[in-house]
Design a protein. Structure first.
Length: 130
C-alpha cells in the first residue's frame, strides 16, 4: 500500500470512530430530551457496517422459546434481547436486514453494542416488524 493510501485509510478509520461516537452522543441527547431516535434512511443504512448476532447466542429450544405474551425481564439483558432478535430472524429470514438496520438505529453494530437503555425500544421495533 502506498503512503498516501495508508494515510487515507488512517483518516477514514479516524472519521469512522468520530462518527460512531457522535451517533452515540446524539442518541443519548435525544433520550435526555425525550425525543425518539430516527431510523436511518435506506441510503445511510446501506453504508453502515453489518450488524451481527453472535453464534454463541443460539435460540432457546422450542419448550423455552420466548413468546410475545411473555413478560420481559426487568432489567432487560443483552442475552434476552439477542435471543428475541435471533428467534425473529429464524422465524422470518427476510427480516434480517431490517433488524440489522434497527440495531444500527439504536446505537450499535451488533446487539451487544446497543446501550442497555435502548433494549426496550429495540425490542418494540423488532416485534412490530411483519
Amino acid at each position: 500500500m502506498t503512503e498516501n493510501k495508508e494515510q487515507l485509510l488512517a483518516l477514514v478509520k479516524a472519521a469512522d470512530q468520530v462518527a460512531y461516537a457522535m451517533h452515540g452522543f446524539c442518541l443519548k441527547a435525544l433520550a435526555y430530551l425525550g425525543e425518539p431516535a430516527q431510523q436511518p434512511s435506506e441510503d445511510a443504512a446501506s453504508t453502515t457496517p453489518e450488524a451481527e448476532v453472535p453464534p454463541e447466542a443460539e435460540a432457546p429450544p422450542e419448550s423455552e422459546a420466548i413468546n410475545k405474551e411473555e413478560t420481559r425481564p426487568d432489567p432487560l439483558t443483552v442475552e434476552y434481547v439477542n435471543a428475541k432478535l435471533k428467534a425473529k430472524v429464524q422465524d422470518n429470514k427476510p427480516l434480517s436486514p431490517r433488524i440489522k438496520k434497527l440495531i444500527v438505529a439504536h446505537g450499535g453494530t451488533k446487539v451487544s453494542d446497543v446501550p442497555a437503555e435502548h433494549y426496550a425500544a429495540l425490542l418494540d421495533d423488532v416485534e412490530a416488524l411483519t
